[in-house]
Design a protein around this ligand. Sequence first.
Ligand SMILES: Cc1cc2nc3c(=O)[nH]c(=O)nc-3n(C[C@H](O)[C@H](O)[C@H](O)COP(=O)(O)OP(=O)(O)OC[C@H]3O[C@@H](n4cnc5c(N)ncnc54)[C@H](O)[C@@H]3O)c2cc1C
Length: 185
Amino acid sequence: MSSALIIGDGPGGLSAALYLAKNDIETTIFGQDETPMHYAMLYNYLGIPEMAGSEFQEIGRQQATGFGANLVDASVEKAEKTDDGFTITANSGDTYSGKYLIIATGPNRELAESLGLERGDDGAIGATREAETEVENLFVVGRTTRPHQVQAIISAGDGASAALLILSKEKKEGKRFCDWDEVES
Ligand SMILES: Cc1cc2nc3c(=O)[nH]c(=O)nc-3n(C[C@H](O)[C@H](O)[C@H](O)COP(=O)(O)OP(=O)(O)OC[C@H]3O[C@@H](n4cnc5c(N)ncnc54)[C@H](O)[C@@H]3O)c2cc1C
């Protein structure tokens, strides 16, 4: 099974983790639950009329781990490209390797820069609309790449987009993968 590492546990990282784990990619997500979502009161997330950001986060964490994502309570200090993927070092000193890496670190853009990605004039780490970067199998999502569109639903959409690209590579040999479920008749 291929594996993905996700740095950052806000809406962007958790959404990517949910999509990947739900579709059998070995997924490890790092963060210490320090997202600014804990200050938010959501009235603008389609489908959720009203919810405190902390509750949203708790549900998101349960959703992702419920499908098998490994949520590691750690800060990532170092990220390196290797011949077959990426290796990251947590503040515990433990190292983790994976074929894919998704950076979802909000306004903290240092790890993305350490992998050779550049900031634009607006501070954004460059990525395509689908969250791909110029480094193979490295994705950047949410606020890290969209400093002027800081909305939970946009970060979650970015995370889903990165995950779909990974799933397209892994399951469809590059043909587009959709994560659709149907009502039971
Ligand atoms: C007061 C306030 C109110 C808001 N209200 C709303 C609202 O009503 N509606 C709305 O849509 N949005 C709202 N927002 C914005 C919302 O919080 C952001 O859009 C959202 O959190 C961005 O998600 P993200 O996943 O891109 O980044 P973040 O949520 O910033 O997540 C990044 C995560 O990565 C972690 N991280 C960073 N570096 C590392 C590292 N090296 N290792 C491990 N983890 C790391 C951080 O601790 C954080 O948990 C509000 C924000 C604030 C401050």
